[in-house]
Design a protein. Structure first.
Lengths: 440, 294
């Protein structure tokens, strides 16, 4: 008994000393479920690949929760070295100059090779400052695509291999699906804000806000109440009344996925990172993948879609040794094999061109039809000021407002133009608030 | 009045005995409350690098914001509905169980169970039951011609959170009412029965008036409960939506402060919420208590 105990104590002591030798790098993230397991596996593999640093991933809940937790921890001096922040938190992080250790600077200080050009340009464009320096490391970026149910298409007498290309076709196809009784509803969508408002604007080369969609500074104003957005929202409302469209709920619109999986709705639009979920849940039907539709009377060649997802921010106030570890870890994360593995498992975009090339060499895209739709959609054409992305302060709240106004539209309280006008007006108030808080 | 006074020889001792409680109050109530009051007068970026004194700006903005005034009214509707529903049902169950002889214990145990359920779990339970695409209740409601849709219909969403919040609180009210009913002197009830009044009349003319201290106590507790403790229920069921129709004051504090990182405005709202509850409690003790028979 005593022998066993002392052996155990010795083992504990030994493991304690070995972990003391390695510098710990805490990494707060917001990846639950399958994604979280994959993320932990990546950290584990990095830890096994060397013995100087130990990356410790900690799951902190949803994206907003992770951001708030990191901010609270920073104020208390207990911040992690790395925190995963979603794209709408970018404005907040960029304004917090004293809290953030910019990634380009970190990599230069630590002498780690870091070439912006190796990354996919729409991804880096989103996360760079006005001088083109990358402030946070792109990790999991996605873009919305269209998912459809091939079996329902067949039942409705449509060609299952032909996805609707334009919104007009989406409408026609949905009508056919509903009237033939192939499904109860034609179309639903996750993320009304991100997909049906922000990406809609980008695809049609229409501004979402002034000053290059907010990239030009905190004095920007929203302008997403233009004729295109009003027309699209009015259409969604019209289609809802006709029974063609079903609302999936606010924020991420969780109901949209449920309705698509249960074959209630034949088409849904969601993040490319929803691909794994669709494949896992579409047990009784064959899913199809396609780019987002557009209005062909508004634009002949739709622009690239914009990204969502998250990046890794490095926070100030840690030991020099910790930052060395962060830089090493970031180099590891940017490796083509690591990136390609993460991308292929999750459906997030490959962050580097090399990871995309590797996937092609492995024959991944040929074997998995539809898996490169997101990449092609985000890299098509030349990004314009309107399709580079959006960057605004208080943007989490602005999205809540857009959701609320969309609900008011669907509940017959406002028409599309009124709802968008009100969203812009309320959003602008928040932008002025952000400007005031960050300029004194 | 002839009350016994305990006297201490050592002057320090009473303070020493009070110290733990005072420390707890200071650390967990006074200090955070003072912080909230302080930051309600300041504008600060989320990370706390720059703090500017802005006086009453946040308060002025709140009272000019129709969304805040709506939330105020909505909270009143919510508090009154939840309190009324859970107290009436709690009393009804207590009166029913009070008349049972042998099975009273089993029913008491069963009726108390919901109280052991965490608010967020209660919220999720009702969210499942009322889920628009997979829930049980919308399925039945559709048969009687009601298309349940709390994702878009604000009234439905409000009914949902009222039911979920009241359901959890019924147990608590039930327990207190049952204890109250059991302490009503049996002799009074028997005397009334001999005089020929039936059980219903006895309940309204004897038990109910004698329950007034319990009712009063529960009233305060229930209003405070709906003001503060219902946050997890709202968060788990509707998230304050659709279009803010279920955003109560406490939920708005969370939305603006925790999600929106607008600490100044959020603090101003907590201060106002604190004042409202203090005022309500004061009114209740000052005016309602006078009519209560102890």
């Amino acid at each position: 008994m005593f022998k066993k105990l002392s052996m155990a104590a010795l083992a504990v002591a030994l493991s304690a000393t070995s972990s003391l030798a390695a510098t710990e790098v805490t990494w707060w993230h917001a990846m639950g479920g399958e994604l979280g397991k994959k993320l932990e596996e990546i950290a584990q593999k990095f830890n096994e690949s060397q013995s100087d640093y130990k990356v410790v991933p900690v799951y902190k809940g949803s994206y907003p929760e992770t951001l708030t937790a990191a901010i609270a921890a920073f104020r208390a001096g207990q911040q992690p070295a790395i925190v995963q922040v979603f794209e709408v938190g970018t404005g907040t992080m960029m304004a917090a100059k004293g809290a953030v250790y910019p990634v380009y600077k970190l990599m230069a200080d630590e002498g780690e090779p870091f070439d912006t050009k190796t990354f996919l340009s729409p991804v880096t464009g989103y996360y760079s400052d006005t001088k083109g320096n990358i402030l946070s490391l792109p990790f999991n970026s996605s873009t919305p695509i269209m998912y459809y149910n091939k079996d329902v298409f067949k039942k409705a007498g449509l060609d299952p291999e032909v996805a609707p290309k334009t919104w007009k076709e989406v409408e026609e196809f949905s009508r056919k699906i509903v009237s033939s009784g192939a499904a109860k509803c034609g179309l639903t969508s996750a993320w009304i804000t991100w997909v049906q408002t922000e990406n809609l604007s980008a695809l049609h080369d229409k501004p979402f806000g002034t000053l290059q969609n907010g990239f030009g500074g905190v004095k920007s104003e929203f302008t997403f109440n233009g004729p295109l957005q009003a027309k699209h929202w009015a259409n969604l409302k019209k289609w809802q009344d006709e029974g063609l469209f079903k609302y999936g709920g606010p924020v991420g619109g969780d109901q949209a996925a449920t309705m698509f999986y249960s074959q209630e709705c034949a088409i849904t639009m969601n993040s490319s990172a929803g691909r794994a979920g669709v494949i896992n849940n579409a047990k009784t039907f064959t899913p199809g993948f396609a780019p987002l539709p557009y209005y062909d009377d508004e634009i002949k060649e739709p622009k690239n879609s914009i990204i969502g997802g998250a990046t890794l921010w490095v926070l100030n106030g840690k030991e020099k040794a910790t930052y060395k570890g962060v830089a090493k870890f970031f180099s590891y994360l940017s490796k083509p094999e690591v990136q390609a593995d993460w991308h292929q498992f999750t459906g997030y975009l490959p962050i580097t061109n090399a990871a995309y090339d590797l996937g092609q060499k492995q024959g991944y895209y040929a074997k998995n039809p539809g898996s490169d739709i997101a990449i092609k959609q985000i890299t098509r054409g030349t990004p314009s000021e309107n399709s580079k992305g959006v960057r605004f302060g208080n943007f989490t709240q602005v999205r809540t407002i857009v959701d609320e106004e969309f609900q008011a539209l669907l509940a017959n309280k406002k028409d599309a133009k009124q709802a968008l006008d009100s969203a812009v007006q309320r959003g602008n108030a928040l932008l002025r608030e952000f400007e005031a808080a960050n300029s004194n | 009045m002839d009350t016994k006074r305990t006297t201490f020889n050592n002057r320090l001792l009473p303070y020493l005995l009070l110290a733990p409680q005072l420390a707890i109050t200071l650390v967990f109530f006074i200090w955070p409350a003072a912080q909230a009051v302080k930051s309600s007068f300041e504008r600060e970026d989320p990370f706390g690098f720059s703090t500017v004194f802005v006086g009453l700006t946040h308060y002025r903005q709140l009272f000019a914001d129709p969304n805040y005034l709506d939330a105020l009214w909505r909270t009143a509707v919510f508090a009154v509905s939840v309190t009324a529903l859970s107290m009436v049902l709690g009393l009804a169950f207590a009166a029913a169980v009070d008349r049972l002889a042998r099975s009273a214990k089993i029913y008491t145990t069963l009726l108390v169970w919901p109280y052991a359920v965490a608010p967020v779990v209660a919220g999720v339970l009702w969210w499942f039951l009322f889920n628009t695409s997979t829930g049980l209740l919308p399925f039945f409601l559709e048969r009687i011609g009601i298309r349940w849709d709390h994702d878009l219909n604000g009234t439905h969403a409000m009914i949902l959170i009222i039911i979920a919040a009241a359901w959890k609180q019924i147990s608590y009210n039930f327990l207190f009412f049952l204890a109250g009913l059991q302490s009503v002197p049996q002799s009074l009830i028997e005397a009334a029965a001999i005089d020929g009044s039936g059980p219903v009349r006895r309940f309204f003319t004897i038990s109910l008036p004698l329950l007034s201290p319990t009712t009063f106590f529960l009233f305060i507790i229930n209003v405070n409960y709906t003001m503060f403790d219902t946050f997890p229920i709202v968060d788990a069921t509707t998230g304050g939506g659709p279009a803010q129709t279920t955003t109560t004051l406490v939920y708005k504090v969370y939305q603006d402060g925790y999600v929106g990182l607008n600490i100044g405005s959020s603090s101003a709202q907590s201060v106002l919420l604190m004042l409202i509850v203090m005022l309500l409690t004061f009114v209740q003790f000052r005016f309602v208590e006078r009519r209560v028979q102890y």
